[in-house]
Design a protein around this ligand. Structure first.
Ligand code: G1P
Length: 271
């Protein structure tokens, strides 16, 4: 499936990253040498995306837009048109995605959570597009320990289509291990057909009083319209301080521009 547009929800308050996020949107915090959100736009560009819609809150939008406007300094995303739209109220991830309906229109689209970064040499989106082929939605899942089942959306498994792709029959947001339908948890990368908007528009607030994207995935799954794609790719969660440090270290040591100098610094610190 050819996907030309991606939506990045970036309206969250970033409370786990206070005080860094007191005045700066979380998505603009620097990871190695560029804002976190730029890593994600670069990932989308590598998968062939040419248009990115960033959902921002009323305070943070302008500064995110300005970052991408300075495209002279952004050759890695020069072929991507980045736009921002404002989510007026923080009503949840499902609501943030629904905010993008007009810009997305009738096209299939990726949803990319900017908290999760991957190495530039890794790829999830191509596999996701293959899993969704020819016309379904697909979510990226990983097998997790029971402990994490209270922190993620969890899918109800159907039959396997290939060693890394399965149909799903449902999904539950943060069920905890006693109620979880499986150990396959959704992780930050999604591909939706526009039919997801119909389900999102009909949802009542769910877990935590918010409109949950997972609840729309549940309905897509029940209708036989959604698959899960399983792949072991390292994800770096920059939404909390320790994950943020880990991302800077791993991605910094990966980067040919900094690898040697950075390794020398680390060796020196460790004596
Ligand atoms: C969100 C989604 C959850 C998903 C997770 C992916 O949760 O609601 O279904 O599993 O992202 O990392 P959050 O991490 O924003 O609480």
């Amino acid at each position: 499936m050819n996907v030309e547009v991606a939506l990045i929800p970036a309206a969250g308050r970033g409370t786990r990253m206070r005080p860094a996020t007191n005045a700066i949107p979380k998505a603009l915090l620097t990871v190695v040498d560029r804002p976190g959100i730029q890593w994600v736009v670069e990932e989308a560009a590598r998968a062939g995306v040419t248009e990115v819609v960033v959902v921002v809150d009323p305070d943070g939008g302008d500064i995110i837009y300005r970052h991408f406007e300075e495209s002279l300094y952004l050759p890695s995303v020069a072929d991507v048109k980045v736009r921002t739209i404002v989510q007026a109220e923080a009503k949840g991830l499902g609501h943030a995605v629904l905010t993008g309906q007009e810009e997305i229109g009738l096209r299939p689209f990726f949803v990319l959570l900017a908290d999760d970064l991957i190495r530039p040499s890794d790829d999830i989106l191509t596999g996701l597009a293959r899993a969704a082929h020819p016309d379904r939605s697909a979510v990226y899942v990983r097998k997790v320990s029971d402990r994490l089942l209270g922190a993620k959306g969890v899918v109800e498994t159907g039959e396997w289509v290939s060693p890394s792709v399965m149909n799903i029959s449902g999904a539950v947001e943060k069920p905890g291990h006693l109620a979880a339908p499986s150990n396959y948890a959704i992780h930050g990368r999604y591909l939706f057909t526009p039919e997801v908007f119909d389900y999102l528009a009909g949802l009542s607030p769910g877990y935590g009083g918010e409109v949950q994207l997972t609840d729309a995935i549940a309905e897509l799954g029940a209708a036989g319209r959604c698959r899960a794609y399983l792949a072991e790719v390292d994800l770096f969660d920059v939404g909390n301080p320790l994950g943020f440090l880990q991302a800077n270290t791993v991605l910094g040591l990966d980067d040919p521009n900094y690898r040697t100098g950075y390794q020398a610094i680390i060796d020196e610190i460790r004596g």
